[in-house]
Design a protein around this ligand. Structure first.
Ligand code: ATP
Ligand code: MG
Length: 196
């Protein structure tokens, strides 16, 4: 939390030096949350920020003509900060790797910072499986300072709260048990037929 605060407080310097962040760690540890906090804090100061991920970028690129693809990738340079959430979840097809390389390389050459979040281990990023990954990860490691998220999985805690909240939704019947699935007969029939 201190590091993300410091990043926002020293944004001008970070922008000038093209200093990005690589937020890595296990699921639910708050990487996207903190990346979102940085985005919100900078947007509040009218600094253009885009938070996206590779599956969305690849979706946008699919079906575009190649010159439009280049324009779209170049347009990401309009943002002072580009946040790419969840690096490593995208498909490893030749096409996806090529487009990912274009996005990262374009950002790298624009000399503007990026923040990456990922479940990949630092070791995996430092020792990529092939040249296609190496070309992407090498640029990220040069420009993004790694921060390990090694705390608890917040989702587990949230799941308990969800369960407790759901309990309050089910009324207790006369036997003291919670009654669920009290649909009118016509709906029950529909549900049974569908489940068969
Ligand atoms: N510091 C925090 N305090 C309380 N809740 C938090 C905190 N950070 C994150 N959370 C909550 O925990 C949940 C998981 O956070 P988040 O999605 O950021 O995890 P993540 O590390 O990006 O996970 P994944 O690797 O699966 O993408 C979210 O519901 C988020 O709002
Ligand atoms: Mg996340």
């Amino acid at each position: 939390m201190k590091k993300t605060h410091a990043y926002v407080d020293n944004w001008k310097q970070a922008y000038q030096d093209n200093t990005g962040l690589l937020l890595f760690g296990d699921v639910g540890t708050g990487k996207s949350f903190f990346a979102g906090c940085i985005a919100n804090a900078l947007l509040d100061r009218d600094i253009p920020v885009l938070m996206t991920n590779f599956p969305s970028i690849l979706n946008r690129l699919t079906g575009m003509f190649s010159e439009d693809r280049a324009d779209f990738i170049a347009s990401l340079g309009m943002y002072d900060l580009l946040i790419i959430d969840d690096l490593g979840v995208e498909r490893n097809t030749e096409y996806a790797m090529e487009q990912m390389f274009h996005v990262i390389d374009c950002r790298y050459r624009s000399r503007k910072p990026m923040i990456i979040t990922t479940n990949l281990k630092l070791d995996e990023i430092k020792n990529p499986p092939d040249l296609a990954h190496a070309r992407i990860y090498d640029r990220i490691l040069e420009r993004c300072a790694p921060i390990l998220f090694d705390g608890k999985n917040f989702r587990e805690e949230n799941a308990e709260t969800t369960k407790a909240a759901a309990k309050g939704l089910y009324p207790k019947n006369e036997t003291g048990n919670r009654q669920i699935g009290v649909f009118p007969r016509r709906h029950r029939r529909g549900i049974r037929e569908r489940s068969i």
